[in-house]
Write a protein that binds this ligand. Structure first.
Ligand SMILES: [Ca+2]
Length: 140
């Protein structure tokens, strides 16, 4: 996919454990796709929708959205007990005040505005925040 070309170089962290050295290659790199608005389902089909799992990642995506002039973007959270598209649970959240409110009983997907989140109807069309996949490499 073309958007993959715009991912920045990967960052690598080294963590020394008690008995082994681990090299963690953290590949969660974000990209805003702002060619056309998409429904959340179309966005999910188009790319690997972003997880945002810490305040640091929230700040990172906020800066990226601002840089690209995007006010709102779908990302990977949806109402299935609020899990990410890869099925992992949500511990970190950054809801707008009063959200999620499931207004009208039909707000199953989540967009972000700056770093704040709002549940909204999945059929609305927004730009998309994608990510590359995270992997863990271990040197025994
Ligand atoms: Ca809402």
């Amino acid at each position: 996919m073309d958007y993959m070309k715009s991912f920045p170089p990967l960052s690598t962290f080294v963590m020394v454990g008690r008995t082994r050295q681990y090299t963690i290659s953290f590949l969660r790199q974000y990209v805003v796709v702002s060619d056309v608005g998409r429904t959340w389902e179309d966005a999910e089909a188009y790319c690997n929708l972003a997880n945002v799992t810490s305040p640091e990642e929230g700040e990172k995506v906020k800066a990226l959205l601002q840089r690209d002039g995007v006010e709102q973007a779908w990302f990977g959270l949806h109402r299935d007990s609020w899990v990410w598209t890869d099925g992992s649970a949500t511990s970190y959240t950054s809801w707008l005040a009063g959200q999620p409110n499931n207004a009208g009983g039909s707000q199953g997907c989540v967009y972000m505005e700056k770093e704040k989140w709002n549940d909204f109807p999945c059929t609305d069309q927004y730009y998309v925040l994608c990510q590359s996949k995270a992997t863990l490499c271990k040197n025994a």
